[in-house]
Design a protein around this ligand. Structure first.
Ligand code: PLP
Length: 388
């Protein structure tokens, strides 16, 4: 690339080479996967191979993978009162989510506002299991939606313990693994998830493709968002995005192969970044630093720092970072994640997220730290007291 340092991988990752090649192959594939002729069968084979690759990343059954247009759509598809299991077909009246979920889960899918309850997290941004237990105790057979790791802080959530609580109450658990997949082990069975959301562009696939995985084919969504041609086993009608899906498959296979090495690489660089940050600005706060986090994410703030100003200053220095959640169309809203963690109001609008990936280098970290030194010095001259 250019001499820029892209450190916003939680917003989106670059296409992996394997995905780019496969995307091009997919563009050249002629058939509609629903057609019975040879061209159609060729496209079908490619989609089914991708289904196996995506399933393998999560230890799921290929038949229980539904391709969607995004992680957002997969979350929306999952969050419905009309989730049936082989044993249980009555609608579920309550949705329980944690206070730090992505906006696409906070929107609640097809549950009415008044049927959605939120459970607390602790000051490190970890789900409070006692609060979950209490919420579940008040709600017979809830659908619960929790993220495997938070997009802003990178804090990994105690999903397997939460699953035991949810299942003991006759509930079902949906896990948003958009940020965790490809970075930590996200085996659907080990997590205890009944449903699980993935997004291709966070693991090196193309934007605009996602998947909803089910623990088994026994779990059924009785009110799909898209009805029509019966594609995706009637869970998501519409001719499949063949190039996008097969590039997603290639990215999932590459992410499975490289996960351990990439995680170690990112962790090393992330630790260097945080050590540098603390040395330059001892007053800087790294959120969730005492919790288990994804190996690639640092969310930090310093007193007096404004996220908008900091992001622009980094950008001018050739470093792409973001202000907390990137999904609010350029506007910096106070982060609901930090608010839920009880962070002081003066820091709520000041948090900057730095997220690394497999292609991040030591030079990127050095560039970030150089830019931060400049910014922190400027802010301290303005009397805001950030630099040491
Ligand atoms: N869930 C989480 C945790 C995310 O971070 C995101 C995107 O940032 C999404 C869901 C939505 O995924 P998509 O961009 O594919 O709609």
């Amino acid at each position: 690339m250019s001499d820029r340092s892209y450190l916003d991988w939680n917003a989106t990752a670059p296409l992996r080479d394997e995905a780019r090649l496969t995307l091009e192959e997919g563009l050249a594939l002629l058939g509609n996967p629903s057609s019975v002729h040879a061209e159609g069968r060729g496209a079908r084979r490619a989609v089914e191979a991708a289904r196996e690759q995506v399933a393998a990343l999560l230890g799921a059954f290929p038949a229980a993978v539904t391709f969607t247009s995004s992680g957002t759509e997969a979350n929306m598809l999952a969050l419905t009162p009309l989730i049936e299991t082989a044993a249980e077909k009555r609608p579920r009246s309550q949705l329980i989510i944690s206070a730090i979920e992505h906006v696409s889960v906070r929107a609640g899918g097809r549950f009415p506002r008044e049927a959605i309850a939120e459970t607390a997290v602790d000051s490190e941004g970890r789900l409070d299991l006692a609060a979950l237990q209490e919420a579940v105790g008040k709600t017979p057979r809830p659908l619960v939606s929790l993220m495997a790791a938070n997009n802003e802080t990178g804090v990994i959530q105690p999903v397997a313990q939460a699953a035991a609580i949810v299942h003991a109450a006759g509930g079902l658990l949906h896990v948003d693994a958009v940020q965790a997949a490809g970075r930590i082990d996200c085996d659907i069975i080990a997590l205890g998830a009944d449903l699980l959301t993935l997004s291709a562009h966070k693991i090196g696939g193309p934007k605009g493709v996602g998947a909803l995985l089910r623990r088994s084919e026994d779990i059924h969504i009785a009110d799909p968002l898209m009805r029509g041609g019966g594609q995706e086993r009637s869970m998501r009608a519409g001719t499949e995005n063949v190039p996008g899906i097969i590039a997603f498959g290639a990215a999932a296979a590459a992410a499975s192969r490289a996960r351990a090495a990439e995680a170690a690489h990112m962790r090393l660089l992330r630790d260097q970044l945080e050590a540098g940050l603390r040395a330059i600005s001892p007053q800087a706060v790294i959120f969730g630093a005492d919790a288990e986090r994804l190996p690639n994410t640092t969310l930090f703030a310093a007193p007096g720092m404004k996220a908008e100003t900091a992001v622009i200053a980094f950008d001018l220095e050739g470093v792409a970072v973001s202000s907390g959640a990137a999904c609010s169309s350029g506007k910096v809203q106070p982060s609901h994640v930090l608010a839920a963690m009880g962070v002081a109001p003066r820091l709520l609008r000041g948090a900057v997220r730095v997220s690394l990936g497999w292609a991040t280098t030591t030079a990127d970290i050095e560039k970030f730290l150089k830019a931060w030194t400049k910014l922190a010095t400027a802010l301290s001259k303005e009397g805001r007291g950030i630099a040491a």
